[in-house]
Design a protein around this ligand. Sequence first.
Ligand SMILES: Nc1nc2c(ncn2[C@@H]2O[C@H](COP(=O)(O)OP(=O)(O)OP(=O)(O)O)[C@@H](O)[C@H]2O)c(=O)[nH]1
Ligand SMILES: [Mg+2]
Length: 248
Amino acid sequence: MAETRKKLVVLIPTYNERENIEELVREILALPLEVDLSVLVVDDNSPDETAEVIRRLAEEDSRVRLLIRTKRRGRGSAGIDGFREALNLGADYTIEMDGDFSHQPRFIPFLLEHAQEFDLVIGSRFVPGGQDAERSFVRRFITFLVRNFIRRYFRIPVRDVSSGFRCFRRCVLEEVDLDDLISVGPSLVLEILYKASLAGFSIGEVPIVFADRKKGKTKLTPLKLLETLVMAMKFKKMYGRAEPGSCR
Ligand SMILES: Nc1nc2c(ncn2[C@@H]2O[C@H](COP(=O)(O)OP(=O)(O)OP(=O)(O)O)[C@@H](O)[C@H]2O)c(=O)[nH]1
Ligand SMILES: [Mg+2]
């Protein structure tokens, strides 16, 4: 019997990414991948009508899917709803990435390749070959401080703890218990990583080049950054040692 192809869902949370999303999705669709691909955009009813662009693309190509949220807003809760939808779509692998070209589609095959070896693969700026390109000194300095604080505080054996460009095996998403996550905003990236690390999943890092966004505006404000740190302290307290999980 012929082996069935594995299913990959590429999950992109968006808020006002009209200027980026079409080109980004088209680049992902054009990748030479030996998997059954879906691109799932989770949009919080963006005022710039990002969703309209996705609707049009979905009519053209059935691999494109839109999850539009009208009641809730937030990078974190959009991620959680997206992961849930990815599981419903039957994803063996889920790659999450930003919708602003900071995470470049050319690294997707690379993440997928390493997901054969690791339960969770992180696209990392801070392993040999990785780069945090074009960012302002201030942004890089903030990343440096936050990253070092988090690595010490959480003791996660990962260099790029705040990378939101990652590939999850299905079982990791099943086991972190999406219903239990508390992040509404960007702290979700760390919350899932922390839970996966407590559960003992194997985590690998592969180099990526992170580019600064060229179009559209950032949604990361100093207040959101502060909220992320407060949230991080909250879930550090909440989670005890979880039961070890494994995809093997
Ligand atoms: N659905 C949804 N997506 C969001 C929300 N806030 C941000 N995003 C998306 O999450 C991704 C990361 O957000 P960015 O604003 O790029 O934040 P950042 O990458 O930390 O900062 P910059 O790269 O400097 O812009 C992008 O794809 C955003 O469109 C939100 O409230 N809801
Ligand atoms: Mg960005």
